[in-house]
Design a protein around this ligand. Structure first.
Ligand code: NI
Length: 173
């Protein structure tokens, strides 16, 4: 399972890996750590706020999160699990590095707890509501093979049809 982090790049819809359920990894593995580190770089290069392993072509249960405030560190989440703490749903527009040019309104529970292992392989638990909770759920979806286009309204489906078609055409080239 050794992967050269330098070979990783962000893949776009409709890459089949984006539809796979990712596998649990060893949070103490050196290679896992190196890949997570590279994912953080790729996320920043693409000006993203989160990136999941399937988006770099790996069926590994890892996502990385950018610090959203000045002194907030980036965070690596290995083998994460989510628990809904506030089931009331809110709607907000989301984008995705694997779906360039597509922005759709997505409804999600307002609050969640996130349990995962960090870059050192140590377990941690954090809990939040609002925007951060939304980002965590978006990234977690990637590990389950789910994308924002699976969660959009029938109206949004029509509105994004052309953009999705273009992505499909670009992928075949
Ligand atoms: Ni995404």
């Amino acid at each position: 399972m050794n992967v050269d982090p330098a070979t990783l790049e962000i893949v776009h819809f409709p890459a089949p890996i984006l539809r796979q359920k990712a596998r649990t990894v060893d949070p103490k593995d050196e290679n896992v750590r190196a890949v997570a580190q590279r994912m953080i770089e790729l996320m920043h290069e693409s000006e993203g706020i989160g990136l999941a392993a399937p988006q770099v072509g790996l069926d590994w249960r890892i996502f990385v999160l950018a610090g959203l405030e000045e002194d907030e560190p980036d965070l690596v989440c290995i083998n994460p699990s989510l628990t809904i703490t506030i089931p009331e749903v809110t709607m907000r527009e989301e984008g995705c590095l694997s779906l360039p040019g597509i922005h759709v309104d997505v409804r999600r529970p307002d609050g969640v707890q996130l349990d995962a292992h960090d870059i050192e392989g140590d377990p941690f638990t954090i809990s939040d509501r609002g925007f951060r909770a939304r980002v965590w759920q978006h990234e977690y979806d990637h590990l389950e093979g789910k994308l924002i286009i699976d969660r959009m309204s029938p109206m949004a489906k029509i509105a994004t049809r052309r953009a999705l078609k273009e992505l499909k055409a670009a992928y075949r080239e």
